[in-house]
Structure formats: structure tokens, C-alpha cells
Ligand binder design. Structure first.
Ligand code: UD1
Length: 430
């Protein structure tokens, strides 16, 4: 188990370089095995979820050459097995992408049921509905905790998603690119990483139109070729640093960002008094949060893109916890995403959660350091922000969750003046 020791109350100043988008990278790595030619992926985030997925594809025989922490060359030609069910892969969410990719490539897959953060029930019925519509037989085996999928020939079809699921949209794209005929996904998710995965697959010779809108059309092709592709910057890592500066105060420039992807977050922060400045370069934003004035209050509702992202809900709650006045944060995507509030209360926050859905926040002037635990990835980032803004010292246990999705989080924070150190307590992992 790893922990952070954070001495709060230090404003943040300087520059942070944002890494590649984890959730795009997961879909892209799975997509890379669809061709027998080498695929080079750049701007890869060096985080544990990515490393687990790379190990998983190496485990079924793909060649994985990690040229450097942010660049990998993958070749799916040597894949010899379709069974992905190790203990480690069961812990990550994106194991489900190997279902779509392996049925596309081999017509068969046996993949662990997806894990990931405990933020609600997280069904995969829409993934299975989509794959079945393409002709795939999918059977869930609870005893073996895996899904068996097989198909003799994938054929395109029309699929209407009951919910605009990010995972299901990417999974169906992965299976449909090599199907016979045309697949239409209606009520598709529109998140930036959907567009990035589609652009990546198109660079391999796929024919996907409409990614980023509600309706995606995939015209099946016979084969895909190798490519070189650079992943988009991580919207959520950038948003997390924006909230860190807002809450802990200071003046920080974020480099390697796409400001358009940050608009829902920027506009909320501006509404409560944070200055968000875009530069002409189009790849940087500057965040200024005045040390001498308190931020205001707001109402936030999580929505699918371009709405306020659920993966930023804990971080904005922490910012509003210190604002002047009463705020409300409503979670509309996941059922159980407020577990971190109990930890914030230990620090002196005044927040009440109703029906696991709405947080009523009564802004306090200050919170204090104490010993708290990380319940999941984004909550962990939010609790770190709370600790940076607190008076005194916070011990934050189980930060292994944070390392699933943030590369060198403590190092990047130290680079802008935070007093944060990491300790390894023992070898256990969440
Ligand atoms: C992905 C992201 C996660 C992010 C989420 C929403 C990855 C690895 N994870 O998760 O960080 O928080 O998108 O932006 O990319 N649903 C169903 N049936 C399904 C699939 C989803 O009912 O088959 C529901 C979910 O329970 C949830 C909602 O749809 O209420 C959104 O889930 P989804 O977009 O699929 O999230 P994930 O792909 O799990």
C-alpha cells in the first residue's frame, strides 16, 4: 500500500505538462491488436491501468515493445490465445475492450468480467447487446468470472444504446470495423476519447464516420494496417490540476491540453471566481485562483459530454467545499460516487449526501489535515486536492488507486510547489 503525506496550505505556482488520455489509450491499445502490422502509439500515459492492459495483450502473444514510458509498439500478428482472464486484468475496467477487439480479430474471446472502481453497479449489458447485434454469441460464466464470445462472421447492424455508454460505444466500434457491411450506433457516447479511438482506427484504414455525434456509422473493411498515432491529452488529468489550483490557490499554466475539451470545467471554475486564460497556442491554459479571496458557490450536475464529466465530480466538490455559500453537486451517471465525502467530513467539511445522488455543500472557510483513505481513483485525486488546501498534515492511504490513472501525480504537484511525499507501507495493492 502506498500513501501520501501532504502538508497543506501552500499555493501552487509554475507549469504542469498534461499526459495522454488514459481512457482513450485503453481503447487504442485494444484496437492496435486488430492488425497484423506494427502499430506505434505515442503520448501514452505511464499509469498502472495501461500497464495492466499491455501485460494482458502480451500475455495472449502480442508483441509489446515499450520503447519509452510514453511510446509503445504493438504487433498483434503473434497473438496465439484468446483467453484473457488473469487475476490482474480482473481489476481493471477496460478488460472489456479485449472482447470487442478479439472477436473482431479472431472471432473468439474469453475475457474476465470487468473490474475497475467501485462507483456503482456498472453493468455491461449495452456492450453485450451491441456485440450480439453483430452476430456474436456472448455467454457470461459467473463461476469462472468471465465472458465467452464467439462468432463465425461479424455482420454490421443497427444498434440503439439505451444509455450513451463510453465503454459500449468503443467496444462496438472495435468489433464492427472488420464486420461485413455497415454498423450504426445510435445514442452513441460523444466523449473526446471516443473521437480519438475512432481517429486512431481510421488511421489504420477503418471507415468510421460521425464519432463525436450521437450517431456513429462504421463501414466494415476487410483488413487494417499498421499506423503511428499520438493520443490526445487527458481531459480529466487537466481538469484535476485546474481544481487543485482553484482550491489550493495560485497561478499555474497547464501545457499539452485541448481547451475545448475543458470547457464544462473551465466555465464552472470561472463562475465561482477562478480565472481561466487560454493562449493563442491553443494547447495551454492558465489557472489563477487569488490567495486573498474566497471562491463562490455553484450548482453542478454531471452529464455525458459536453456536460460536466462524472470523472470530475469529486474534484469540483472539494473546490466548492471551500467556497462561500451553499452549493449542490448532483451525480447523474454512477450510483455510488460520493464515498469520499465521509473522508472530507473527517477534515471538517460540511457536506450532506442525499440518496447517494446529491451532495449539499455548506462552504467552510478551512479544512484541517487528518488521516484518511482513498476509496477510488477520482475520489483519490479529490482527496489529495482537499489535503493540499487544508491546514496541517494529511496522511492519505491507498493512493494505489490514484496511480491507476494519474502519472507521477505527486511529482507533478511537487513541481508546482506542493509539499507532498509518497511512502510505501507494504506490498499490498487495492
Ligand atoms: C468510462 C470511463 C470512466 C468514466 C465513464 C463515464 C473507461 C475505462 N472508463 O467508464 O472513467 O467515468 O466512462 O464517462 O473509459 N451502463 C449501462 N450498461 C452498460 C454500460 C454502461 O447501464 O452496458 C451505464 C453505467 O452503469 C453508467 C453509465 O451507463 O451509469 C455510463 O457508463 P459508461 O459510459 O459505460 O462508463 P464506463 O465505460 O464504465
Amino acid at each position: 500500500m502506498n500513501r501520501y503525506i501532504i502538508n497543506g496550505g501552500k499555493p501552487l505556482h509554475g507549469e504542469v505538462v498534461i499526459g495522454g488520455a488514459k481512457n482513450a489509450a485503453l481503447g487504442i491499445i485494444a484496437g492496435a491488436i486488430l492488425t497484423d502490422e506494427p502499430v506505434t502509439i505515442e503520448n501514452l500515459p505511464d499509469v498502472s491501468d495501461i500497464n495492466v492492459l499491455l501485460d494482458a495483450i502480451a500475455g495472449i502473444g502480442a508483441t509489446v515493445d515499450r520503447v519509452d514510458p510514453h511510446k509503445v509498439v504493438i504487433c498483434g500478428k503473434t497473438i496465439s490465445s484468446v483467453i484473457v482472464n488473469s487475476e490482474v486484468i480482473q481489476k481493471i475496467r477496460a478488460s472489456y475492450y479485449l472482447l470487442g477487439a478479439l472477436v473482431g480479430k479472431k472471432g473468439r474471446a474469453q475475457v474476465a468480467m470487468p473490474g475497475g472502481c467501485d462507483i456503482g453497479s456498472r453493468p455491461i449489458d449495452q456492450h453485450l447487446k451491441g456485440l450480439r447485434a453483430l452476430g456474436v454469441q456472448c455467454d457470461e460464466n459467473e463461476d469462472e468470472n468471465c465472458i465467452y464470445a464467439s462468432v463465425s462472421e461479424l455482420h454490421g447492424n443497427g444498434i440503439f444504446l439505451d444509455v450513451a455508454s463510453v465503454g459500449a460505444t468503443i467496444n462496438i466500434m472495435l468489433a464492427a470495423v472488420l464486420a461485413k457491411g455497415t454498423t450504426t450506433i445510435e445514442n452513441a457516447a460523444k466523449e473526446p476519447h471516443i473521437v480519438d479511438v475512432a481517429n486512431f482506427l481510421n488511421s489504420m484504414g477503418a471507415r468510421i464516420k460521425g464519432a463525436g455525434t450521437d450517431v456513429i456509422r462504421i463501414f466494415g473493411v476487410d483488413s487494417l494496417k499498421g499506423t503511428e498515432y499520438s493520443i490526445i491529452p487527458d481531459q480529466i488529468e487537466a481538469g484535476t490540476f485546474m481544481c487543485a489550483v482553484a482550491a489550493a490557490k495560485g497561478d499555474v499554466v497547464l501545457k499539452n491540453v485541448i481547451p475545448r475539451h475543458l470547457e464544462a470545467i473551465s466555465s464552472k471554475l470561472e463562475e465561482i471566481g477562478v480565472k481561466v486564460e487560454e493562449f493563442e497556442s491553443g494547447t495551454e491554459v492558465r489557472i489563477v485562483s487569488d490567495e486573498n479571496s474566497r471562491l463562490g458557490s455553484s450548482t453542478v450536475r454531471t452529464r455525458v459530454y459536453p456536460g460536466f464529466p462524472t470523472d470530475m465530480q469529486p474534484q469540483i466538490t472539494v473546490v466548492l467545499m471551500l467556497g462561500n455559500g451553499n452549493s449542490t453537486v448532483t451525480e447523474n451517471i454512477f450510483e455510488n460516487r460520493f464515498r469520499y465525502v465521509e473522508e472530507l467530513r473527517k477534515m471538517g467539511a460540511d457536506i450532506e449526501v442525499k440518496d447517494n445522488k446529491t451532495a449539499k455543500i455548506h462552504g467552510v472557510e478551512a479544512v484541517h489535515g487528518t488521516k484518511i483513505d482513498v476509496p477510488d481513483l477520482r475520489a483519490g485525486a479529490a482527496l489529495t486536492i482537499a489535503a493540499l488546501s487544508a491546514d496541517g498534515t494529511t496522511t492519505l492511504d491507498w493512493i494505489d488507486y490514484i496511480e491507476r490513472g494519474y502519472e507521477d501525480f505527486d511529482g507533478k504537484l511537487r513541481g508546482i510547489g506542493a509539499d507532498i511525499t509518497k511512502e510505501t507501507v507494504n506490498d499490498e495493492k487495492p
